[in-house]
Design a protein around this ligand. Structure first.
Ligand code: NDP
Length: 294
């Protein structure tokens, strides 16, 4: 990140890591990810804090944040493109049974089943990433629904809100994609009760945050066939513990929180712009809404 920022502004003074900060009073803008609790209280002249990702849950979990300092996060087109590509790949992998074909090949079995499952994709979270993914599925001819906190209007997407809206969406769903931020409201949202609302045989993809899924509720739903499978990119504890039952479950596909990522050069311009706005007292963008926690 340092070199990407320096390429844009060679005069920028950047210190990496609290141990390298020579004068704490000089720190005006903090770029953080998984920082130690209370660290940001050391910088009395902080004008803004940037959570170096799309989510702000890790930053907001710090109960000792400086009061009144605005928090911003990143919004990256590349992250959205990569995320949409991953989600499409997973849905097509499942829909066209490519894993079964790979297994058949291993046992020299021809296999002729060409039936494909339903085509209703539902996205939890119709924000920056959710809307980008919804558009990709629409282009591919899927029926797409989406759920958000406030009512959305997205061309071609059936938009839902509230618990009633969630249930209405779930009963139609063949592929459920979680792209919600982690907040008090979304914590444990995907549990036996909500996942049981899904159409029998539905497939779950979790790329939002691990804490949104009650992990122990998933396996019984997979074992009794209510869910036909799950692709999980995020977990309550990362890396996933060696003995975790998800590793060996035949219906679970695991990826190591790499459904998308943020190349520094793609976000350096927006970091620099928010830094300049912060030090000149101008309105910041990509502000985190502290009331709603994302
Ligand atoms: P946004 O803030 O743009 O969108 C969040 C969406 O979730 C909004 O539509 C919002 O509703 C909705 N939402 C929030 N709370 C609720 C709620 N209680 N009920 C219903 N809907 C709700 O975030 P992004 O799209 O940029 O990112 C989403 C998340 O994806 C991140 O927070 C992060 O956790 C995860 N992520 C995972 C990555 C990975 O590699 N696995 C990479 C990047 C992000 P509304 O529109 O009404 O505000």
């Amino acid at each position: 990140m340092r070199s990407s920022l320096k390429t844009l502004d060679a005069e920028l003074k950047i210190e990496i890591g609290p141990e390298n900060v020579k004068n704490q009073d000089e720190v005006e803008f903090a770029v953080v990810w998984n920082h130690p609790e209370g660290l940001l209280l050391n910088y009395p002249n902080l004008k803004a804090i940037l959570s170096c990702g799309h989510g702000a849950d890790s930053l907001l979990s710090d109960k000792k944040l400086p009061e009144g300092v605005p928090i911003v996060c990143l919004r990256s087109e590349i992250v959205a493109e990569w995320m949409s590509e991953y989600l499409l790949a997973v849905v097509l992998l499942k829909r066209r049974k490519l894993m079964e074909h790979a297994t058949n090949q291993g046992i020299i079995e021809w296999g002729i089943d060409i039936r494909v499952s339903g085509n209703q994709v539902s996205v939890l979270g119709l924000g920056f990433l959710g809307q980008a993914a919804a558009k990709v599925f629409l282009q591919m001819g899927f029926n797409v629904g989406g759920w958000s906190r406030t009512q959305k209007r997205v061309k071609g997407v059936k938009c839902y809100t509230g618990i009633e809206g969630l249930n209405e969406m779930l009963i139609k769903t063949d592929y459920l994609i979680n792209l919600l931020p982690l907040t008090i409201q979304t914590h444990d949202l995907l549990n036996t009760e909500t996942l049981s609302q899904l159409k029998r045989g539905a497939y779950l993809i979790n790329v939002g945050r691990g804490e949104t899924l009650v992990e122990e509720d998933l396996i019984p739903l997979l074992d009794d066939g209510h869910l036909s499978g799950a692709c999980l990119d995020v977990f309550r504890t990362e890396p996933l513990a060696e003995g975790h039952p998800f590793w060996k479950h035949k219906k679970i596909l695991i990826t190591p929180h790499n459904s998308s990522s943020t190349p520094p050069y793609t976000v350096a311009p927006q970091i620099l712009e928010n830094y300049r706005r912060a030090i000149s007292g101008h309105q910041l963008f990509n502000l985190v809404d502290l009331e709603h926690g994302y």
